[in-house]
Design a protein around this ligand. Structure first.
Ligand code: NAI
Length: 212
């Protein structure tokens, strides 16, 4: 169920880390953890964790800490991992293939229901059990299957026209690898940009400026 209260972006950005971290603790066989220990392991303050979780009603008990499985399950519900949002991927090249092969979409609350490319040589082949369709089939597919998310793995030059088509077809959100600024062109569309190059540049800056 969507949250009615405003939740800040920084809290939302921390949720996947809590979720992943608690999953690791579960794998370690931990059933409960004190707020002190959780904060020490995550390098966050206990009050930061409390404040974050209080945005969603608060979890854990004074003097007990957190039940690892319950807290992870609650955070999973907050994120909505169980819903399995229908997603399609556009551009089954090097990057697209790597994403499809690597990401177990259901683990991240999504289901990959279609792959599209404009290269006829790729059409009708399969990646991870999903058949690649020609991009000309996109509108009909969207009308029938109503994907909510598009993963864009096409060159920037082609992303403008394709994102417009996708929005017209009812797509509401983009996991955008294309370097095209979708946000500048559409209101009310949710965009998560991924720029690995920017991340590497940030690392380079920090290495170059350490201890200056
Ligand atoms: P690639 O050339 O191997 O794959 C691109 C695929 O998109 C091809 O299969 C091509 O046929 C398809 N395509 C192009 N225009 C299309 C259209 N209008 N409709 C449907 N399919 C179309 O390229 P690669 O290496 O997979 O990279 C794809 C893009 O991702 C590049 O533009 C690159 O800059 C970007 N990229 C972004 C990264 C990031 O961190 N955001 C990391 C790596 C690449």
């Amino acid at each position: 169920m969507p949250y009615k209260n405003y939740i800040s972006n920084s809290v939302i950005r921390r949720l996947p880390r809590y979720y992943r971290f608690l999953g690791d603790l579960q794998k370690e066989g931990l059933t409960k953890i004190s707020s002190f220990e959780l904060s020490a392991r995550m390098k966050l303050t206990a009050s930061q964790i409390r404040q974050d979780l209080n945005c969603f009603g608060g979890f854990g008990m004074q003097g007990y800490g957190y039940n690892v499985a319950e807290l992870r399950s609650e955070i999973g519900k907050i994120i909505g991992v169980e819903r399995k949002i229908g997603a399609i991927l556009i551009g089954a090249g090097n990057l697209g293939k790597a994403i499809i092969t690597y990401f177990d979409f259901p683990k991240y609350g999504c289901e990959l229901i279609g792959i599209f490319d404009n290269n006829s040589d790729l059409v009708d082949s399969q990646i991870a059990g999903v058949t690649i369709c020609h991009i000309s089939k996109l509108a009909a597919f969207c009308k029938k299957s109503k994907p909510e998310i598009a993963v864009l793995c096409i060159p920037k030059e082609n992303a403008g026209a394709i994102s417009e088509m996708l929005v017209d077809c009812g797509v509401k959100a983009f996991w955008n690898f294309s370097h095209y600024d979708i946000n500048l062109h559409f209101d009310d569309i949710i965009v998560e940009n991924v720029h690995m190059g920017d991340s590497l540049l940030t690392l380079a800056y920090n290495v170059n400026n350490k201890n200056k």
